[in-house]
Write a protein that binds this ligand. Structure first.
Ligand code: NAG
Ligand code: NAG
Ligand code: NAG
Length: 333
């Protein structure tokens, strides 16, 4: 995961009260990882009522990477709660198809018509490279589970020429070697949704697909081209071996397992965005980066927290004798 997608992922998260003002040191999780109950930090907040309700911060990485570090009290709270709410209901086929169509260009358009020629060609070249590398990136374990490189590439990028540029940018960010290696195991939030279903809990979602999708579609053309260009420049440096990804999924997992919420959520601040590629950006581009940053913060953090907060409050008031478990992304995709 690149700084740029890191930044976007973070803006897609719900900020727990109190965590916003602290800033972690990105890339350095300085706790010793010991899966001993007494030493585990949790991402669980309790709403004191009878029965209690809970907020739990999930993460969008394979659950097997974090499960042993989630304390028993959090797992117990999940089991005890009769109703589980997520941001979106990812087990609902409607949610998935609505997300997919929200990411598509209007009927009849495709990227070749929309993107500047230079960007389009670099994008195409990069995806050809990814397709070529995919079989080498996959692990024996993934192959053992019957996951094929062609299938995986098509599942992630098959329809790329029909996607809106902003979603292609996010897609390119998720097509790195480390991210590919982690495909095939459900991510924690999806795993919890599957468990809730298996355990026949009542489930629900506080957000509509449009509410998560439209803000990103609301970035204007020059902003999106800027972001896509920066993303491609970064991937091209990676390919050339002149850039190491500073924040990887591994760091995110380590911070999460360390219970280091401030780093999981806010290792980014506005001033870092323009520098996500080492080279200093020219003044005009710096302004564009800052405009994108404040737009996304406003739309995806502040407005969304307010919306989610209202809906949670309404649910708790409407059903005072129910135990809710709210599982929202601490850093989600
Ligand atoms: C995009 O939005 C920015 C900031 O609001 C503005 O300065 C710029 O002119 C807009 N570009 C286009 C193509 O609309
Ligand atoms: C991409 O970014 C580079 C470096 O900031 C810039 O020189 C170039 O003109 C940009 N390309 C496009 C098509 O925006
Ligand atoms: C970015 O900076 C790091 C150290 O700060 C350096 O090792 C790396 O080579 C730089 N990458 C580019 C593309 O300049």
């Amino acid at each position: 995961m690149s700084p740029w997608s890191w930044f976007l992922l973070q803006t897609l998260c719900l900020l727990p009260t109190g965590a916003a003002s602290r800033r972690g040191a990105p890339g350095t999780a300085n706790c010793e990882l010991k899966p001993q109950q007494s030493e585990l930090n949790s991402f669980l907040w309790t709403i004191k009522r009878d029965p209690p309700s809970y907020f739990f911060g999930t993460i969008h990485v394979p659950y097997t990477r974090v499960w042993d570090f989630i304390p028993d009290n959090s797992k117990e709270a999940f089991l005890q709660s009769s109703i589980v709410y997520f941001e979106l209901d990812l087990t609902d086929p409607y949610t998935i198809s609505a997300l997919t169509s929200c990411q598509m260009l209007p009927q009849g358009e495709n990227l070749q018509d929309v993107l500047p020629r230079d960007i389009y060609c670099r994008l195409k070249r990069h995806l050809e490279y990814v397709k070529l590398m995919m079989p080498l990136w996959m692990t024996p374990d993934q192959r053992g589970k019957g996951l094929y490189a062609d299938y995986l590439f098509n599942a992630i990028a098959g329809n790329w020429e029909r996607k809106r540029p902003v979603w292609v940018m996010l897609m390119v960010n998720s097509l790195t070697e480390v991210d590919i290696k982690s495909r095939g195991v459900p991510v924690l939030d999806l795993f919890l949704a599957q468990e809730a279903e298996r355990l026949r809990k009542q489930t629900g979602a506080v957000e509509k697909v449009e509410e998560q999708c439209h803000p990103l579609n609301g970035l204007n053309f020059s902003q999106v081209i800027f972001a896509l260009n920066q993303t491609l420049l970064q991937q091209e440096s990676l390919r050339a071996g002149s850039l190491q990804i500073p924040y990887t999924t591994e760091d995110l997992i380590k911070h999460y397992n360390c219970g280091d919420l401030s780093s999981v959520i806010l290792s980014h601040d506005s001033s870092q965005v323009p520098n996500f590629i080492n080279a200093t950006l020219p003044p005009q581009e710096r302004i564009t980066a800052q405009e994108i940053d404040s737009y996304l913060r406003r739309e995806l953090i502040y407005k969304r927290n307010e919306r989610i907060g209202k809906r949670v409050k309404a649910l708790l008031e409407e059903f005072p004798d129910k135990g809710f478990f709210f599982a929202f992304g601490a850093a989600s995709q």
